[in-house]
Design a protein around this ligand. Structure first.
Ligand SMILES: CC(=O)N[C@H]1[C@@H](OP(=O)(O)OP(=O)(O)OC[C@H]2O[C@@H](n3ccc(=O)[nH]c3=O)[C@H](O)[C@@H]2O)O[C@H](CO)[C@@H](O)[C@@H]1O
Ligand SMILES: C=C(OP(=O)(O)O)C(=O)O
Length: 428
């Protein structure tokens, strides 16, 4: 087991290249199950979520060859094997195996998913969608059983805007008989990416990226080559790091439009952020203004950037209020930031940050993926040494983070934990 160590205070400068989007990758890989021949996905991030999904594909009879960037997936011999336990528990996105397996085999048994603990993460809208398509869904001892005689297109109105439910319903509906209409669908870029892959495989999907998606089911889907979109959350994390400690940092391989809500907030704080084609240039400034932020569905401010952004706000002048309307308990990073001298209190769904303070290096623990990113940013800003444990969460979603930050001039490295440190961490 490893920990991260950071000596704070280094100024960041240079160019960082953003990897493919984690939140697309984790849906694209299950989506390939629907093809009946080989699919190649270019530009995948080298993260543990991708590797775990690859192992799951192999467990059910497929092949998955991944060189850290490109994956060749052959789903031809996949069977609908029950996956009630084991690796499915390691990540939230294993729930996409439900839609994909039901689409291809009309049956699936999948354990309830894992992923970051951010408050309740219900899947009632996924189930409502599957049932509308004719699937009988039962929950038996922590696993979801899905079975259909036939998948029939349906009109489905989502009661809450959900990325997961929108994608999962799309995965099943591409093989249903007739037309499915998803109303009040989520509009995240990752949904467009999954729809693009499915369309390249032969699916008929219109309206992805709007709140009404129309899907005409087809008999068969086949292999193709697909290039993933860049990770807007990784890009946003580097933009925040650059605002915190950057002289001039170019974030390369981005779709600037995907990051407009963050760019606007950074500008409101007084940070210079200029977008062109596929790059964003961020220049840090000595004094930043406090701002209020509310996380919303896309194109609003992403919940996944709330935690890293909170670390930045400790350096802003005045009081900032950060409200997470998507996840009620996405504040586990706050206690750790406080250990580093941050002045933050949590009231209901809001964190109230008063700055500026000089953060101090400390021993902290990442409780989830973006909490980890928040602590890394805090470590870069802090005086002295910060040690972060729980970095397996960070490895779920950031590809080569240490190398990328080192390339920008940060002093950060991984170190093996001693047995005593592992024991202490497990008991804390
Ligand atoms: C809309 C939104 O910001 N989605 C984020 C959410 O996606 P993720 O796919 O995890 O979550 P959803 O978009 O599905 O959920 C959005 C909201 O709807 C609720 N919900 C969802 C499904 C359901 O069946 N019932 C239900 O009540 C959730 O509890 C949550 O409050 O977390 C991901 C990982 O952090 C982010 O990348 C996504 O951008
Ligand atoms: C919380 C996240 O991931 P997951 O939903 O896969 O746990 C995230 O990407 O910020």
């Amino acid at each position: 087991m490893e920990k991260l160590k950071i000596i704070g205070g280094d100024l960041l400068r240079g160019t960082v290249r953003i990897s493919g989007a984690k939140n697309s990758a984790v849906a694209l890989i299950p989506a390939t199950i629907l093809a009946e021949s080989r699919v190649t996905i270019e530009g995948l991030p080298d993260i543990s979520d991708v590797r775990v999904l690859g192992e799951l594909i192999e467990e059910i009879g497929g092949t998955f060859h991944f060189d850290g960037k490109e994956a060749m997936i052959d789903p031809t011999n996949i069977v609908s094997m029950p996956l009630p336990n084991g690796k499915v528990k390691k990540l939230r996105a294993s729930y996409y195996l439900m839609g994909a397996m039901v689409g291809r085999f009309k049956k699936a048994v999948i354990g309830l998913p894992g992923g970051c603990h951010l408050g309740p993460r219900p899947i009632d809208q996924h189930i409502k969608g599957f049932e509308a398509l004719g699937v009988k869904v039962t929950n038996e001892q922590g696993a979801i059983y899905l079975r259909a005689d036939e998948l029939r297109g349906a009109r489905i109105y989502l009661d809450v805007v959900s990325v997961g439910a929108t994608i999962n319903i799309m995965l099943a509906a591409v093989r249903a008989k007739g037309r499915t209409i998803i109303e009040n669908a989520a509009k995240e870029p990752e949904i467009i990416d999954v729809a693009t892959l499915l369309s390249n495989m032969g699916a008929k999907i219109k309206g992805a990226g709007t709140d009404v998606i129309r899907i005409d089911g087809v008999e068969k889907l086949s292999g193709c080559r697909h290039s993933i979109i860049p990770d807007r959350i990784e890009a946003g994390t580097f933009m925040i790091a650059a605002a915190a400690m950057g002289q001039e940092v170019i974030i390369d391989n981005v779709i600037p439009q995907h990051l407009e809500s963050l760019t606007a907030k950074l500008r409101e704080m007084g940070v210079q952020a200029e977008a062109n084609d596929d790059q964003i240039l961020v220049k840090g400034v000595p004094h930043m203004k406090a701002v209020d932020v509310k996380t919303l569905v896309y194109p609003g401010f992403p919940t996944d950037l709330q935690q890293p952004f909170t670390a930045l706000l400790t350096k802003a002048n005045g009081t900032s209020v950060v409200t997470d309307t998507i996840y009620s308990a996405r504040f586990k990073h706050i206690d750790e930031l406080r250990r580093m001298n941050a002045n933050i209190k949590v009231e209901g769904r809001s964190a109230i940050v008063t700055g500026p303070v000089q953060l101090q290096g400390a021993r902290v623990k990442a409780s989830d993926l973006r909490a980890g990113a928040s602590l890394v940013i805090a470590g870069l800003m802090a005086e002295g040494v910060t040690e972060i444990t729980g970095i397996e969460h960070i490895d779920r979603g950031y590809s080569h983070l240490v190398e990328k930050l080192t390339g920008l001039g940060a002093t950060i490295w991984r170190e093996k934990m001693t047995d005593q440190e592992i024991e202490q961490m497990q008991n804390s």
